[in-house]
Design a binder for this molecule. Sequence first.
Ligand code: SF4
Ligand code: SF4
Ligand code: SF4
Length: 315
Amino acid sequence: MSVAVSLESCVRSLSVKSECSKCKDVCGFEAINFNNYSVRIDASACTDCTACVGVCPSGAITLKESGLAALSADELFCVGVRAADMVVASAPKELEESCRLRVDEANALLECFSLEPKIKLDILDEEKKEPDDASRRALFKMFTKSGIKAAHESVKSEEEIVSTIDYTLLKSKKIPIKREFFLSVVEELELSDKSVALPLSFATDKFVDDSCDNCSLCYNLCPSGALETTSMKNAILFSPYLCLKCKLCEDVCATRSISSLPTFPLSEFKNRQKKLLKKFTVKLCGSCGAVFSGDGEECPRCSLENEDAMELLGL
Ligand code: SF4
Ligand code: SF4
Ligand code: SF4
């Protein structure tokens, strides 16, 4: 198997509420499974098509060795910018729909930067995608004694991966290398129309409505640092160019206060500015001293604890 999952970078490792399933959804071979916080790739079902590598918003799925992988729309765009001639991307029939969307998006982006659409999609014929003898043998082996032993060993190694998560890295704010590359490529280009906005598969613009109670989950968990607060915790700030469209902020928001806007203004990739999404009046909790927003003298956590205590005492 040529792909590997780094759980430190997977957004499912940050919250059990994460609904990210982009890798599982794109896999045409049912090789990806979720188990609580972890993502597992079944080596006997994986065909090394690498479709999951390109769709992972946080760069958690990578190639074990250098080689060709299914590229995301932003990566295809970068290839298009750098290539002198037309680029032909190949895809098996099962992945035609998802690959066509990426190619169309990359070409639309090229046009926005006054460049010719340069990516062409070539669908591989049926015979080329049939599993070769080696992968057929691997599947068959799963039903023999050595296959069962190999299956146990693969589970053991998955457990080792889970137990070796570096939790310092898990909480660190980072953008994948592909975003760094995309930003460096865009920096050299000029937009044909500075106000152009497109729906993008790899970034979103955000909006926070008045139901937000400043619970802090979205900006604490945002893996890329696109969302943050101030030292006084009296605002939510947003850097659109860092957003990975992992949707973790929306998945963890209990009040459904944060949402994605349908299009992304491309100038944000060049301006790279923070914007104010929400401003709060804050005060110190009378019980624990934490900063909070809202009515009353106690923060939501202390209020909840008091309610629980009253319930336990039957008051
Ligand atoms: S696409 Fe990436 S971030 Fe999302 S569940 Fe899969 S590995 Fe995790
Ligand atoms: S937008 Fe939602 S998750 Fe973020 S601070 Fe407001 S209530 Fe909490
Ligand atoms: S702002 Fe939301 S969607 Fe964007 S990277 Fe942060 S958590 Fe993910």
